[in-house]
Design a protein around this ligand. Structure first.
Ligand code: AMP
Ligand code: MN
Ligand code: MN
Ligand code: MN
Length: 285
């Protein structure tokens, strides 16, 4: 089976609706897609209906914002029960912080001269959850930058004029919520954090102590060298391996659903834990 276990819809900062995302995944030959919106499971019900119609598997996922050692780290919860109250209470607390941060980022950009920044970013965030991605798109639309990544790096990262540090949840809490919801916790795109080896191993050790089980080895934001390094981390720590594009929409032609190298043969895939879910028939709702 062909797995893509990291993707975004309009429920967070993707540009495709859950339906359009799942249809595209099916057209790309993906057999099992995890929708992992930032801090929200709001897109899962629609994605599940579409997946049943298209004959592919939908893995319930969420990408949770964590503050660890004064940095933001992302942890994906995969195969979670979205009805779990503990998980939902945790995600709601993070979304409240996102909302406060959205206002403060908007104020900073308005002071820099971007008129009605907050209102315009909120209008772009049709799912009601505001990410830096929405402000980045607004900056491009307003002509302040010619590309999303450049806009984010110029204004919205640590040390830049409109950066606001969010205070997210602890690693322990997030892993506990994911486990309470019956899911597996996976460190998302580990090579993106710019951690030294010492810090990366400290993160992994603390993650495993908290009950974390997996790491993204193959990611749309990893180079082949990053993937080789993270495969080594998985081996050294006995972590399960995950694979996901981190797709946000067709505007970024460099990342496509399902278009990823395979996991190294010797690693144990995270989906080896889901035989029950995967063996159940794909049935129309
Ligand atoms: P947030 O979770 O609101 O802090 O926003 C983080 C999101 O911004 C990530 O999930 C990406 O979608 C986006 N992002 C961050 N850095 C970049 C970049 N260099 N290029 C494109 N998107 C980025
Ligand atoms: Mn994103
Ligand atoms: Mn992420
Ligand atoms: Mn992501």
């Amino acid at each position: 089976m062909h797995f893509d276990l990291h993707s975004h819809s309009t429920a967070s900062d993707g540009t495709l609706s859950p339906t359009a995302l799942v249809e595209r995944a099916a057209a790309q030959g993906v057999d099992a897609l995890a929708l992992t919106d930032h801090d929200s499971t709001a897109g899962l019900a629609e994605a599940r209906e579409t997946a049943a119609r298209c004959g592919i598997r939908l893995i319930n996922g969420v990408e949770v914002s964590v503050t660890w050692a004064k940095r933001t780290i992302h942890v994906c919860g995969l195969n979670v029960d979205p009805d779990n109250a503990e998980l939902q209470a945790g995600l709601a607390s993070i979304r409240a912080e996102r909302d406060r941060r959205a206002t403060r980022m908007g104020e900073k950009l308005e002071k820099l001269g971007l008129e009605n920044a907050e209102q315009r970013a909120r209008a772009m965030a049709t799912g009601g959850l505001v990410a830096r991605t929405h402000y980045g798109r607004l900056l491009v639309e307003a002509g302040w930058s010619d590309e999303l990544g450049k806009a984010i790096r110029k204004y919205l990262i640590s040390g830049k004029p409109a950066f606001v540090a969010g205070t997210w949840a602890s690693l322990e809490d997030v892993v506990a919520w994911i486990r309470a919801a019956g899911g597996n916790a996976v460190i998302a795109h580990p090579a993106r954090y710019g951690l030294t080896n010492t810090k990366l191993h400290a993160l992994v050790n603390q993650f495993i102590a908290a009950g974390g089980e997996g790491i993204e080895v193959i990611s749309g934001s990893h180079s082949s060298e990053d993937a080789a390094n993270m495969a080594e981390v998985a081996r050294r720590h006995g972590l399960l391996a995950s694979r996901g594009s981190d797709y946000h929409g067709p505007e970024n032609p460099w990342v496509e659903l399902g278009r990823l190298p395979p996991l190294p043969d010797d690693l144990t895939p995270i989906w080896s834990r889901w035989s029950q879910t995967l063996n159940a028939p794909v049935s129309p709702i």
